[in-house]
Design a protein around this ligand. Structure first.
Ligand code: ADP
Ligand code: MG
Length: 633
């Protein structure tokens, strides 16, 4: 447009646009998801700001999104009454400032052979997905801080874009209008059916009304020209008293004609799923909402969820989800990278979609919290520190742990296959060899294998909930060393020997190494179970947590293991006999090893091994030394 200037795209943005434009990626629908999500963000922003400054809403008080299509011009338009962008914003946000995700997005595209552009939103460059379907995009925007409504415009394939005042003047009041001039192969997006379905899908949980402008043709009385009207009047005047038969009456009915009008239809009704009665919500709806709150930061469905109304001094509604797959940020092993995952609404105003409402070890929990009891007119930092938020946090942790406990105690899901007997060609039921059947794994074990580490961290970090957390832990042991066999601490304690006073644990590198170790002989001989600890965090865990329900952990590689399964007196006397008998050997060995060992003793802990080297009770275990050595390099 006149008075506009050209700006070159930042180099990385340009490269990325090239990739998007030339991609053969077929799921182009996602452009609409990105535009709806941007409009929703902009609406959230103005709503948040207007809480303290209602005057910001000015002459455009309705916060909404409107979508229009024009089959003749082949355009699709998405308009919102959100925050809008100043001229400067348009230039920076849509082209000249490289966003941190640009490079990462291109890297991810290169690495994934599927060329999966659908992840574009995760990298903070979702807007550019419009070029999947449009060869010309224009963005008109009006921000309160800019007197002028400006237009950003870009042609597909050009390395620059234009920004200037909108020749139409201020048509928006406030907000943003994005017009896509659709490519020839993208004209399916002019179909009202297709659009309605897509908008329904992507706006289901948007908390602002999203409407589609439907084209409607209606019948209206045909307008007559003046001459006809006069004729008619004359006729009427003259034929006043004439009684007409039916045929004539029909002729007199006004002639109709078709005209085109428009009608807005709101597509997303009742978006606040958490405010609805949970009995009326299907699992599919919960999984759809999971996709919204998890923002794609972990693969897979939600493993489980809890939907509740907290009532009392502080009231709030919440849905908490446990993911089935480890979030990408956690997979990298860097727990610091994991962002808090709860959306906090106060009176339907989104305060933040990454509000810190969970302790670090539970950051994989995603969901929504909506409370009317929080003050709206304070900043996020003050809110974060408020007493009410602390109370909400406590309650949420309790609910999250309860959810995981329920997961751990759920019944084994019914075996679908088992119900259907297989029949051979002669009609005989095939009896399957039991050995052929894969042993069934409890869903909690499958989940625990991925998330157990976080729960162990919790035992260390969250002493208030230590007891609850310990009940959720599962361990490998000398009596449960199969791939999917695990034992809980309670189960271990339940099968302890009558004389046994401690939980025996054996830290090391691998199950194989531990189960074959000489340390195990004495325990296996006495049929005493030993927990195998192979997570690197395990020893910190044992050192920190020390006991379960009053039963202490005892590292079997350290001294102090006592098998009190025999008469104390007898044991003492026998010990004395052995000590005397072997004193020349122990003296000789002590002399031989000198300062390298602190003590040489006669031990009952040996099975088939003639001797073992153990650690002192309070020193590092050999395994801890190994871990520390590994970290030093
Ligand atoms: P992201 O949404 O992850 O920030 P996008 O590429 O989708 O990345 O959008 C880039 C930026 O452009 C946004 O951060 C926002 O500042 C601005 N923007 C895009 N669409 C709108 C809109 N409808 N209203 C206001 N600002 C917008
Ligand atoms: Mg976006």
């Amino acid at each position: 447009p006149e008075g506009s200037s050209a700006f070159a795209y930042e180099a990385e943005v340009n490269k990325m646009l090239d990739i998007v434009i030339n991609s053969l990626y077929t799921n182009k629908d996602i452009f609409l998801r990105e535009l709806i999500s941007n409009a929703s963000d902009a609406l959230d922003k103005i709503r948040f700001l207007s809480v303290t400054k209602p005057e910001l809403l000015g002459d455009t008080p309705n916060l909404e999104m409107k979508i229009e299509y024009d089959p003749d011009a082949k355009t699709l338009t998405i308009r919102d009454t959100g925050l809008g962008m100043t001229k400067d914003d348009l230039i920076k946000n849509l082209g000249t400032v490289a966003r941190s995700g640009t490079t990462n997005f291109m890297k991810a595209l290169k690495e994934s052979e599927t060329n999966d552009i659908s992840q574009i939103g995760m990298f903070g460059v979702g807007f550019y997905s419009t070029f999947l379907v449009a060869d010309r995009v224009s963005v008109a925007s009006k921000h309160n801080d800019d007197d002028t409504q400006n237009v950003w415009e870009s042609l597909n394939g050009e390395s620059s874009f234009h920004v200037g005042p909108d020749p139409r003047g201020n048509t928006l009041g406030r907000g943003t209008e994005i017009t896509l001039h659709l490519k020839e192969d993208a004209e399916e997006y002019l179909s009202p059916y297709k659009l309605k379905e897509m908008i329904g899908h992507y706006s289901e949980f948007v908390t602002h009304p999203v409407s589609l402008r439907q084209i409607k043709t209606i019948q209206v009385p045909k307008e007559k020209d003046e001459f006809d009207e006069e004729e008619e009047e004359k006729k009427e005047d003259g034929d006043d008293i004439e009684v007409s038969d039916e045929d004539e009456a029909e002729e007199k009915e006004p002639e109709m004609e078709e005209v085109t009008t428009y009608e807005y239809e709101q597509i997303n009704t009742d978006p606040a799923i958490w405010a609805r009665d949970k009995d009326g919500i299907t699992d599919e709806e919960y999984q759809e909402f999971w996709k919204v709150v998890s923002k794609g930061d972990s693969a897979g469905d939600a493993e489980d969820w809890t939907h509740f109304n907290a009532e009392g001094n502080i009231n709030f509604k919440s849905i908490l989800y446990v993911p089935s797959e480890v979030p990408f940020a956690l997979q990298s092993g860097n727990i610091e990278m994991m962002k808090p995952g709860l959306r906090l609404y106060v009176r339907k105003v989104l305060i933040s979609d990454e509000f810190d409402l969970m302790p670090r070890y539970l950051n994989f929990i995603k969901g929504v919290v909506d409370s009317d009891d929080l003050p709206l007119n304070v900043n996020r930092e003050t809110l974060q520190e408020s007493k009410i938020v602390k109370i909400i946090k406590k309650k949420l942790v309790r609910k999250a742990l309860e959810l995981i406990r329920k997961m751990s105690q759920q019944e084994m899901p019914a075996d679908d296959e088992a119900d259907e007997a297989e029949v051979d060609a002669d009609g005989n039921v095939i009896v399957k060899d039991d050995a052929d059947k894969k042993p069934k794994i409890h869903p909690y074990i499958t989940w625990y294998k991925k998330f157990g580490l976080s729960l162990k961290m919790g035992c260390i970090d969250d002493s208030a909930n230590k007891d609850k957390l310990q009940k959720l832990l599962r361990f490998k042991s000398s009596k449960a060393d199969g791939e999917d066999e695990f034992v809980s601490l309670q189960e271990y304690v339940d099968r302890m020997k009558e004389w046994q006073k401690e939980i025996y644990v054996f830290p090391g590198e691998s199950i194989k190494q531990l189960s074959e170790s000489s340390f195990m002989d004495a325990f296996n001989d006495r049929d005493v179970e030993v927990l195998y600890l192979t997570d690197s965090i395990d020893e910190y865990f044992i050192g920190n947590v020390r006991e379960f329900n009053g039963v202490k952990f005892r590292d079997i590689t350290k001294e102090g293991v006592k098998f009190s399964d025999e008469d104390e007196d007898l044991a003492k006397r026998r010990n004395k006999v052995y000590a005397d008998k072997f004193s020349p050997l122990t003296k000789y060995l002590k002399k031989l090893y000198g300062a390298d060992v602190s003590r040489v003793a006669i031990s009952k802990r040996l099975g088939r091994a003639p001797a073992i080297v153990s650690s002192t009770e309070w020193g590092n275990s050999a395994n801890m030394d190994r871990i520390m050595r590994a970290q030093a390099f």
